[in-house]
Design a protein around this ligand. Structure first.
Ligand code: AMP
Ligand code: TRP
Length: 355
């Protein structure tokens, strides 16, 4: 990336309980990035309402996600934490991007196909243009790095496609107004207004699977609560869910190759590795040859030891909803100052008279 100011942006939807997949695939990795980049972490409530949300449950879930960020160790003073709907520039830029994104691109999005299910006609228009809003979230801050789980890879490719098309379509105006940053596009040196954002999808837990079915992603919407560990689960629930996790009858292999075709075993090893901050190889070097009857209690202890301090801190924050709201309000004000400038420049580039 050329000379764009380095910045991290990411978000979680307040559409239900936060689970171990959100924590290991996203939030916990954000904590580590805070030392290297200025960061913006958003509770993406406008994305949540692309499917119907009960209004008071949405308020609760928004505060819960914010509490989880703080409990995990996000520093809301040094960085920015806010909820998306408090910064209207997200919706405004999303409209501009709706006019850049092509129907063909949206039609390829697998998350829309999964979420809309068989009855596409009954899905909201918001669910369809969801990826343009996500691009707006990121590009309102011209963010250069976005840490997410594996399932968001396609949306981030679309974000790059939108940025590239905008930079290309408006190249002359961007250069004329001196708003571009030199960047390479393929072989060419061009002046781009929006960066081509890098996805950060790394580590042993970019795709945590259901504890009941190793071929399905751990998700907020799975009807079985045994399929996921929620950040609000207590020690007994965590231990019980790991004890009951589906496995196969074999013991653990000593090498990665031995996990091939064993999705449940692979998932539990990945979870252990992520929680312990070790590689899967190192976990197998220790547990290879042992049975699940030994591995599961070790995993349960590790999960309880790592997650219970987070859920305890989450409960403390949730006991003070006004405190959470103050954090979100302050974050929104600081976010808005950045986003407003980007949107004013974007409009000027596009020929939309303003100011
Ligand atoms: P969502 O709950 O869809 O808003 O997701 C919030 C973040 O958690 C995104 O970065 C997702 O990629 C990540 N995430 C969601 N589910 C999982 C999972 N099962 N494994 C790893 N990361 C996940
Ligand atoms: N679509 C993401 C998810 O479901 C949430 C999200 C919305 C997001 N806007 C974002 C993630 C911007 C990263 C950056 O997980």
């Amino acid at each position: 990336m050329a000379d764009f100011t380095q910045r991290v942006f990411s978000g979680v939807q307040p559409s239900g309980n936060l689970h171990l997949g959100n924590y290991l695939g996203a939030v916990r990795r954000w904590v580590a990035l805070q030392d290297s980049y200025p960061c913006i972490f958003c509770v993406v409530d406008l994305h949540a309402i692309t499917v119907y949300q009960d209004p008071s449950a949405l308020e609760t879930a928004t505060r819960e996600v914010a509490a989880a960020y703080l409990a995990a160790g996000i520093d809301a003073k040094a960085h920015i934490v806010f909820n998306q709907s408090r910064v209207p520039e997200h919706a405004e830029l999303a409209w501009l991007f709706n006019c850049v994104v092509r129907l063909g691109w949206l039609n390829r999005m697998t998350q829309f196909k999964d979420k809309a299910g068989k009855d596409r006609e009954a899905a909201s228009a918001g669910l369809y243009v969801y990826p343009a809003l996500m691009a707006a979230d990121i590009l309102a801050y011209r963010a250069t790095h976005v840490p997410v789980g594996e399932d968001q890879k396609q949306h981030l490719e679309l974000t790059r496609d939108i940025a590239a098309k905008f930079n290309h379509d408006y190249a002359a105006r961007i250069a004329e107004r001196g708003l571009g940053v030199p960047m390479t596009m393929g072989e060419q040196e061009v002046q781009g207004f929006f960066p081509l954002t890098e996805p950060l999808i790394e580590g042993p837990a970019t795709r945590v699977m259901s504890l009941r079915d190793g071929t399905k992603k751990m998700s907020k919407s799975d009807p079985s609560d045994l399929s996921r560990i929620n950040l609000t689960d207590d020690e007994d629930q965590i231990s019980k869910k790991i004890r009951k996790a589906k496995t196969d009858p074999d013991g653990l292999p000593s090498e990665l190759a031995g996990l091939a075709g064993r999705p449940e075993a692979d998932n539990l090893v990945g979870i252990y590795a992520a929680l312990a901050g070790r590689s899967r190889e190192a976990v197998l070097a220790e547990f290879g040859g042992r049975q699940f009857s030994e591995f599961k209690p070790a995993l349960a202890d590790l999960a309880v030891a790592s997650l219970s301090p987070v859920s305890a801190r989450m409960r403390e924050h949730l006991a003070d909803p006004a405190g959470i709201d103050a954090v979100l309000r302050d974050g929104a004000e600081r976010a808005r100052a950045i986003a407003a400038e980007t949107i004013a420049q974007t409009k000027a580039i596009m020929g939309l008279l303003n100011d």
